[in-house]
Design a protein around this ligand. Structure first.
Ligand SMILES: Nc1nc2c(ncn2[C@@H]2O[C@H](COP(=O)(O)OP(=O)(O)OP(=O)(O)O)[C@@H](O)[C@H]2O)c(=O)[nH]1
Ligand SMILES: [Mg+2]
Length: 312
């Protein structure tokens, strides 16, 4: 690899915030690829994923985190643990807030932000539509609790959806990162493998075609992933649900819903792999998997040692 220029900036930037703030949308937009699942439902992201944005002058390694949400089942404990771990060791934490959120600084967010030991940048998202004219400076003065204001190195307004303000955000981020050489080959977009990305895409489509609470009972597992030269790639995957009745809903009448999920996911996976894919998708029941450590581990979650125990 060629030597990086002297002023080259590189670092890890965690994307932190409440569910639905647009964290995954932002990462996908900056990197220019569909790496993380996006949906209108809160708590779409369950595990952290990196997205790497490289230019001649900088490399930013974004860490897309799950949204910080209340809840006390085992899955939620795993997710929360994942967020807290993801905030450690990064060079900068980008705190993403939805400008439409009526309570952007609830007690949980205030407590967590107060404990983040890394430099913070506040990013106001969804500055579009009816909110296109929001004055970011005034918003900061009115909405951010006084005791937290000195913690932020700055505030930037963006729309991850339309792309407005992304250039300025990239410039600001680069200015806040250390001068050091690139950590990854500039061709690499993520540290996640295709299996993981395929799993996320299937889950994203399940969220899209299923309603209300059902997506939360869904987990996706890749059982087989074969890259083939002359034939279509072969991917066998299972959509796990918690009850028989949910299985029926995922299948839909005559298997219609499953077919819809499968063909939408296949199209996205093909785009990412740049190869034709045969997606062999199944639905199975795993009783109360969200509450069981072994199930969670088998489904790929990092289960904290004492998931039930919290500091007082
Ligand atoms: N109008 C508008 N909608 C946006 C924007 N950014 C994201 N969204 C929408 O907001 C919803 C949530 O987006 P996500 O990227 O999944 O949010 P997230 O913060 O990753 O959510 P979790 O993973 O659940 O924590 C989706 O419906 C997005 O399309 C934006 O800039 N403007
Ligand atoms: Mg997300």
């Amino acid at each position: 690899m060629e030597e990086s220029p002297k002023e080259f900036r590189c670092g890890f930037v965690a994307i932190f915030g409440k569910p639905n703030a647009g964290k995954s949308t932002l990462m996908n937009k900056v990197v220019g690829a569909r790496l993380a699942a996006v949906s209108p439902l809160p708590q779409t992201t369950r595990e952290r994923t990196t997205g790497i944005w490289s230019t001649d002058a900088a490399q930013v390694i974004f860490v897309d985190l799950p949204g910080l949400a209340p809840g006390d089942d085992r899955l939620n404990e795993c997710i929360r643990h994942n967020v807290i771990e993801g905030l450690e060791g990064v060079d900068l934490v980008m705190h993403l807030v939805d400008v439409n959120d009526p309570a952007p600084f609830d007690a949980d967010i205030v407590a967590t932000v107060s404990e983040i030991g890394r430099p913070l940048l506040l990013v106001l998202n969804k500055i579009d539509g009816k909110k296109a004219r929001v004055d970011v400076g005034s918003w900061f003065g009115e909405q951010v609790p006084a005791e937290l204001r000195p913690r932020y190195r700055g505030v930037v307004g963006i729309s991850a959806g339309t792309g407005t303000g992304i250039d300025k955000l990239q410039e600001t981020l680069c200015g806040l990162l250390p001068q050091t050489e690139a950590m990854y080959d500039p061709e690499i977009l993520t540290d996640r493998d295709m299996r993981y990305l395929a799993q996320e895409m299937i889950r994203e489509k399940a969220y899209h075609f299923l309603r209300q609470e059902l997506p939360y009972a869904v987990a996706v597992q890749i059982d087989e992933f074969k890259e083939r030269e002359e034939e279509k790639w072969y991917i066998r995957a299972t959509i796990w649900v918690e009850r028989d009745s949910q299985k029926g809903i995922v299948l839909g009448k005559g298997g219609e819903t499953l077919k819809r999920i499968s063909s939408a996911a296949r199209r996205d996976i093909e785009q990412l792999c740049d190869a034709p894919v045969f997606l062999d998708l199944w639905v199975k029941v795993r009783d109360r998997w969200r509450k069981n450590d072994n199930d969670l581990r088998e489904l790929g979650f990092t289960v904290p040692r004492n998931p039930g125990r919290r500091k007082n």
